[in-house]
Design a protein around this ligand. Structure first.
Ligand code: AQP
Length: 334
């Protein structure tokens, strides 16, 4: 049976890339008849040091962001990962299924640990096995994500397949990544070769979901571009990453394809295109940021929503974990 799961790390600076690549698509996925679970993956966040007070704040703010972006706790299960212990328990089993070589080949590990792998946390290396557990503890079949998560999802498929093979069962589903839309890889506003990211030192590189209208407009005005006007069609964007990024952002926000945007905007100068993009971004994002700050005024209500979500998530996860333990041969599994 189909089931949708995805997560976002509460590591602060929720941004436009997270919105277009993930959040907005989560909101679009609900109410279609398939159960949807969306998770604040706080255990992933601590694979790099998080100040505890900041983690608490970021988790609540992320939940506010989910709801402000259109996720409805009555339609989707919204919860934080650490409240459902089954994630960590299944992750241990998967740590014993996944191979060191697989983990070492993950590009995110290589990027984040860099040359200083000796000093990276063990959790950062094991992260994709926990991610596989996040998904498979619900037998989720579809995972909407941005393009950067493709490799981790392939690993989740490999882990599921190896578990099924090693134990001679057909138990874990082979999950489908769902990477769709015009903006599955939003790039930095300062450098068209780098993805927009929470951890970029430059705040001008990203549009944060908490930015106000003035700041959104300013960041778009200052976004790096080349001096040429937009080309007349999509092909003309091939060698122009900054221009292509702004067109993709426009398409994502307007629910259009990049080709449709080019049909409207092709040939225009950036002094015409950027104000149009800024206006669109403010229209779409400012209400979300306002709703986030309204929701953040009542953190107890957010905690209540997360608590209820965790109870509902556990109902699904607990029997799947017990069955896994039983397959593995653990005494007492029910
Ligand atoms: N630039 C992006 N464009 C499209 N989608 C993106 N996502 C992230 N960046 C972009 C998608 O957002 C979801 C949640 O991401 P995450 O919280 O798991 O963390 P991440 O990929 O590590 O996000 P960041 O912002 O890039 O954080 P740092 O700087 O810590 O690496 C995922 O579905 C992701 O694909």
């Amino acid at each position: 049976t189909p089931r949708v799961f995805s997560g976002i790390q509460p590591s602060g600076n929720l941004h436009l890339g997270n919105y277009l690549g993930a959040l907005k698509r989560f909101a679009d996925s609900q109410g279609q008849g398939t159960p949807t679970l969306y998770c604040m993956v706080d255990m992933h966040a601590i694979t790099v040091w998080q100040n505890p007070a900041d983690l608490r704040h970021a988790t609540r703010e992320l939940c506010a962001g989910f709801i402000a972006a259109g996720l409805d706790p009555a339609k989707s299960i919204l919860f934080n990962q650490s409240q459902v212990a089954e994630h960590a328990q299944l992750a241990w089993i998967f740590n014993c299924v996944a191979r060191m070589g697989w983990m070492g080949r993950m590009t995110q590990w290589k990027d984040k640990a860099g040359k200083n792998a000796e000093n990276a946390s063990l959790g950062l290396l094991a992260y994709p096995a926990l991610m596989a557990a996040d998904i498979l503890v619900y037998h989720a079949t579809h995972v909407p994500v941005g393009e950067d998560q493709k490799q981790h999802l392939e690993l989740a498929r490999d882990i599921a397949a190896k578990f099924n093979h090693d134990y001679g069962v057909d138990f874990f589903p082979i999950t489908e990544p769902v990477i769709e839309g015009a903006a599955t890889r939003v790039m930095s506003l300062r450098d068209g070769s780098k993805k927009m990211s929470k951890s970029d030192a430059s705040d001008m590189s990203r549009i944060n979901m908490t930015d106000n209208a003035d700041l959104i407009a300013k960041k778009i005005r200052k976004a790096k571009t080349d001096p040429e006007p937009l080309p007349s069609d999509l092909d003309g964007l091939a060698e122009r990453p900054e221009a292509r990024n702004l067109v993709n952002i426009y398409a994502g926000l307007a629910d259009m394809s990049a080709a449709e945007v080019m049909a409207e905007m092709g040939g225009k100068s950036f002094s015409e295109f950027k104000p149009a993009l800024a206006e669109l971004a403010v229209t779409k994002l400012a209400p979300i940021s306002e709703e986030m700050s309204r929701l953040m005024q009542d953190p107890a209500e957010i905690d209540r929503i997360l608590g209820k979500g965790a109870d509902a998530a556990r109902q699904i996860a607990a029997p799947i974990l017990q069955k896994t333990f039983d397959i593995v041969g653990m005494v007492g599994a029910k």
